[in-house]
Ligand binder design. Sequence first.
Ligand code: DX5
Ligand code: ZN
Length: 228
Amino acid sequence: MAAQINPSILSADFARLADEAQAVAGADWLHVDVMDNHFVPNLTLGVPVVESLARATDIPLDCHLMIEAPDRWAPQYVEAGAGSVTFHVEAAAAPVRLAREIRAKGAKASMALRPATPIEPYEDLLPELDMLLIMTVEPGFGGQAFLDIMLPKIRRTRELISKHGLDLWLQVDGGVSASTIEQCADAGADVFVAGSAVYGAEDPAEAVRALRNRAEAATGKASWACDH
Ligand code: DX5
Ligand code: ZN
């Protein structure tokens, strides 16, 4: 089963974003962390940078919005060229309406959960989404340690996806590396964001391939993937 690897440019050199995108040729998506200094205590980039980056690379952009009022701002990221837009459910006023709007504008709609946010209240919303993001660190910074206490939530989410027969990607973000990616794949994740593990490597494109190989090997042995 195919595993997708999405390098996070949060760990890249922001003064050389086009080159940094090229450095991960072969990646499935480029993960773009948008932070507003309110939803998280960090500030990164916004719509104009996404617009330029979309023109500078053929890799589709996976925009992770760690911002307040995503209902107001998320549609602009689709217009800027993002192929997938993730909003945080903790910040969204009307997640169903927002997911429908993102899809109607032509991008994949994705919803993120902070570590303390449970999946269960959102079971009925899952058909509205193309991807669900389970944060495996508190959002805000790259290079943090993987929270293995999130593994049960990943498993429970994979069970819900199977139970409803949904075509929904399950993304993990935070502390994903060669030493943690197999646990995530085994628990049910199939889209893996990696910042420091890719851009901290001597050869980022090779790091993407190595992560994908590990994830796919672990998925091949995982019980959740056996029935498919
Ligand atoms: C953190 C961001 C992540 C971050 C991951 O809030 O959402 O995408 O870049 O970085 P690593 O892989 O270094 O934990
Ligand atoms: Zn992210």
